[in-house]
Design a protein around this ligand. Structure first.
Ligand code: IMP
Length: 195
C-alpha cells in the first residue's frame, strides 16, 4: 500500500519510515510525487494545520495522504510556542533562532515543564482521521547534543537525563511524540488493511 506523507523533512521521513518498516506500507514524500508547492499552514491549531496540509494534497493530487503538525508547549509560557513553534523567532524553520528565543524567555523560570505534541491527519478513501502523540519533559538551560532536529537539543524527555539530541534517533523513535502518533496511525492502517 502506497501513501503520501506530506513532508520533505528528511528527518521526519526517516523517523516515520523506520517506525512503519514492519508494515506493508510504502511511504512516499512530496518530492516523490513532484510536489514543490509551499503548502499553506494557516490554522490556529495543530489539528487544523495537519488537516489543511493533507486536504491540499488530496485535492490537488487525488492521493491518500497523511500530514503532521508538531508543537512544543511550555507550561511557564502559557503553552507557547505551540502551533507557532516553527516560526517562534520570526523566520520559519530557523531552529537556532527558535531555541535561542525560547532559552531567553525561560531565563529565571523555575517551572521548566514542557511537552511535544504531534497531530497526524490521515485522509484515506474519502474519510478523515486524527491521531495524536505527546511526550512530556523539561527545557534545559542550554543546548546539548548533536542529533535530531528542531528543539531536540533543549528538550529532556521524562525519565531521562539527556536531551533528545544527546539520546539519538534510536531512543527518540521509541518514545517521541511523533512515534506515539505514528504508532496509532500504524495500528489503524494495519487493522484497516487486513480487515
Ligand atoms: P512542524 O510541525 O514539523 O512544522 O514543526 C514545528 C516546529 O517544531 C519546527 O520548528 C520543528 O523544527 C519543531 N519540531 C517538530 N518536530 C520536532 C521534533 O521531533 N523535535 C524537535 N523539534 C521538532
Amino acid at each position: 500500500m502506497k501513501i503520501v506523507f506530506a513532508t520533505n523533512n528528511k528527518h521526519k521521513l526517516e523517523e516515520v519510515r523506520k517506525i512503519t518498516a514492519q508494515y506493508p506500507i510504502e511511504i512516499v514524500s512530496l518530492a516523490d510525487i513532484n510536489c514543490q508547492d509551499d503548502i499553506p499552514e494557516t490554522a490556529e491549531t495543530l489539528e487544523g494545520n495537519a488537516l489543511q496540509k493533507a486536504r491540499y494534497i488530496q485535492d490537488k493530487f487525488g492521493l491518500d495522504c497523511f500530514a503532521d503538525d508538531t508543537g512544543l508547549e511550555v507550561e511557564a509560557l502559557d503553552n507557547a510556542p505551540g502551533v507557532y513553534s516553527a516560526r517562534y523567532a520570526g523566520i520559519a524553520h530557523d531552529s537556532e533562532a527558535n531555541m535561542k528565543k525560547l532559552l531567553t524567555e525561560m531565563e529565571g523560570k523555575v517551572n521548566r515543564n514542557a511537552r511535544f505534541r504531534t497531530v497526524i491527519a490521515l485522509l484515506l478513501n474519502g474519510k478523515e482521521y486524527l491521531f495524536d502523540g505527546i511526550v512530556k519533559g523539561v527545557i534545559t538551560s542550554e543546548k546539548r547534543g548533536e542529533n535530531g532536529f528542531g528543539y531536540d537539543p533543549i528538550f529532556i524527555p521524562e525519565g531521562y537525563t539527556q536531551t533528545f539530541a544527546e539520546l539519538g534517533n534510536d531512543i527518540k523513535n521509541k518514545i517521541s511524540h511523533r512515534a506515539k502518533a505514528v504508532e496509532k496511525l500504524d495500528k489503524f492502517l494495519s487493522e484497516t488493511i487486513t480487515h
